[in-house]
Design a protein around this ligand. Structure first.
Ligand code: DGT
Ligand code: CA
Ligand code: CA
Ligand code: ZN
Length: 574
């Protein structure tokens, strides 16, 4: 459904450019809404267009439907091309800077001629910028920090965007005649939270023909290289894809080599040398004799190692563990028995409790927890105590109606500035599961933030701290907090820490997961889904937990309902 994504992206860029031109806010919002709704469609937009049903999409009127049809029939949108001529390209890119909104940017452009990042950085160092209304030293510092963050995230793409894209490309490549065993390699296969580029490997006899077909895929914008074993392209969304075509005899060697990480491979090469072997992307060699290459297993075997899961190939002790027979038995997606954080229409979710429960049942889950927001999260339509009890009745009704899936009544409760919670204990004790989170006041100093979170965990009714560091990949840094202290507190009190699977969160990250489980703290992997489709993000959370060496026993939502209920009760009995 790449057209859905393409059109969504174009509508977003149109909104960006209109924003910079200080156009009508309603129009801008209309484009953004439309973009989101198109991306969230569960059907191909071309099919809807064929049936003349575009205006059935929420937020799409005749005007936008016409633009969608224009794109489907001609491959472009005139309005978009016209706008692009009027707004400097460098300026649009600056919108990605956190702390710099379209209004300020428009002013910077109009009044001091900022057209790109260079201009902006120069302006931030000068005096003239201080003459702009609303621009003080604090604002300047905020923008500088935003630039820093953007540069750090660079061109890296969140795993949650790259993964479905890679799957689509892999599907397309496997349709090219003569290809076999097409798979992802590189950081994508290692499920790193962001990827620099997508690496794909396939087997084929006629490499040149495969590469040629690859460069002609409809997602491709630009061809960087096209030989007979390697092709590189830039996709329409700016992402680079490298395809390598190998022979069956060296498939395993190439897969191992191109999966990396570089650090892991370097260590393997050293071990090979000690054994008098040479290892490269074609195989393992003793002198000129090729002794392995077809499968990854045999590559590792020649080095007297068991196969190592890609997610932990980072040279962080996995090779030593493998050699000692102490590799972790990593958790798998199929171990997950339920999802313990999600939202319904009661707060800011887009589906009913029943719709969420039904999808969870389809996924084979045994239970879910409905954890809508608490009153302080006003934008997220947090529930008053009164509404919370009304919702509890609906949960009970759904449980009566649906067999085979149990819905636990829960809440995601705001941790207030002083560490107290957004519902009183008299209310919390009536909930099956209580999650706590920081949703405001991110800019506290480290000591106060640590105290705030520790105090929240000390509440006897609390089960888990969710999205524990508050970071949003490429958008917002983690707040200042002493995670070691938080982990220690969780350990002492027997509380769980979440790995939030939402693709921009993945919070705890791999490093903190590893710290937590080393301390013996339990993890809960949940999606924070606001629609049924988002329940599918569980695989990103599981991957993050795997990167942190988590095993099934470390994760509470691998227990069956009985085990989980026992655990939930035991937390409160402590
Ligand atoms: P990325 O794309 O920045 O997210 O990270 P990777 O790990 O996918 O890196 P990439 O795309 O540059 O290369 C893919 C893999 O190829 C990498 O993980 C290991 C292997 N590789 C690349 N360059 C070297 C190298 O100089 N030495 C070794 N041993 N392996 C390399
Ligand atoms: Ca890569
Ligand atoms: Ca690459
Ligand atoms: Zn939330």
């Amino acid at each position: 459904m790449s057209k859905n994504r393409e059109i969504g992206d174009i509508f977003d860029s149109i909104a960006d450019m209109l924003d910079l031109r200080e156009d009508n806010p309603f129009r801008i919002r209309a484009y953004r809404n439309a973009a989101r709704n198109i991306r969230e469609l569960s059907e191909d937009i071309e099919k809807l267009a064929e049936r003349n049903e575009l205006t059935k999409i929420p937020g799409i009127g005749n005007d936008l439907a016409e633009k969608i049809n224009e794109f489907i029939t001609t491959g472009k949108i005139n309005h978009y091309d016209e706008l692009k001529k009027k707004v400097p390209e460098g300026l649009v890119e600056l919108l990605a800077i956190q702390g710099l909104g379209p209004k300020t940017l428009a002013k910077l452009n109009k009044e001091i001629g900022v057209k790109n990042l260079d201009d902006l950085e120069r302006a931030l160092e000068g005096k003239e910028i201080l003459t702009l209304r609303g621009m003080g030293q604090k604002k300047i510092e905020d923008i500088k920090r935003g630039i820093e963050l953007l540069k750090q995230s660079g061109e890296r793409m969140p795993l949650g965007i790259a993964l479905p894209l890679a799957e689509e490309i892999i599907f397309e490549i496997s349709k090219i005649p003569g290809t076999e065993g097409t798979v992802a390699a590189g950081s994508l296969r290692r499920m790193k939270e962001t990827v620099g580029d997508i690496d794909i490997l396939t087997m084929a006899k006629n490499g040149e023909r495969v590469i040629k077909a690859f460069t002609k895929l409809s997602l491709v914008k630009e061809v960087l290289a096209a030989g007979d074993t390697k092709g590189s392209v830039i996709l329409k969304n700016g992402m680079q894809v490298d395809l390598r075509v190998v022979e069956p005899g060296s498939y395993g060697a190439a897969l191992q080599y191109f999966t990396g990480s570089k650090a892991h491979n370097i260590k393997l090469r050293t071990i090979a040398l000690e054994k008098g072997l040479k290892i490269n992307e074609y195989g393992v060699f003793r002198g000129t004799e090729n002794i392995a290459g077809e499968t990854e297993e045999e590559i590792y075997q020649t080095l007297e190692l068991p196969w190592i899961p890609p997610e932990i190939r980072e040279d962080k002790g996995e090779i030593e563990a493998a050699s000692d027979g102490k590799l972790p038995n990593l958790i798998e997606l199929r171990d997950i028995r339920g999802d313990l954080q999600m939202h319904s229409k009661w707060s800011d979710g887009k589906a009913t409790i029943e719709e969420m429960a039904l999808r969870a049942r389809e996924l084979g889950y045994e239970y879910i927890a409905m954890t809508d927001h608490s009153p302080s999260s006003r934008i997220a339509k947090g529930l008053s105590v009164e509404r919370l009890y009304e919702k509890k009745k609906e949960v009970e009704a759904v449980n009566k109606k649906l067999k085979g899936i149990k819905t636990l009544m829960g809440a995601e409760v705001d941790i207030k500035g002083d560490g107290s919670l957004d519902y009183p204990d008299t209310v919390l004790k009536h909930l099956d599961i209580v999650l706590v989170a920081v949703h405001s006041g991110f800019k506290m100093d480290r000591e106060s933030m640590t105290k705030r979170i520790v105090k929240a965990l000390q509440n006897p009714y609390v089960h888990a701290l969710v999205h524990p560091t508050g970071r949003l990949i490429g958008e917002r840094e983690a707040y200042e907090v002493d995670m070691d202290e938080v982990i220690k507190t969780a350990k002492v009190l027997g509380k769980a820490l979440e790995v939030n699977s939402y693709y921009l969160r993945l919070d705890l990250n791999d490093i903190n997961v590893r710290k937590a489980i080393q301390m013996g703290v339990k993890i809960v992997i949940s999606t924070d889904a606001h629609l049924p489709d988002q329940l599918g993000m569980m695989r990103l959370g599981v991957a993050t937990a795997r990167r942190g060496w988590a095993e099934k026993k470390d994760v509470i939502n691998t227990m069956d309902l009985k085990g989980l209920t026992k655990w939930l009760n035991s937390v409160r009995d402590k």
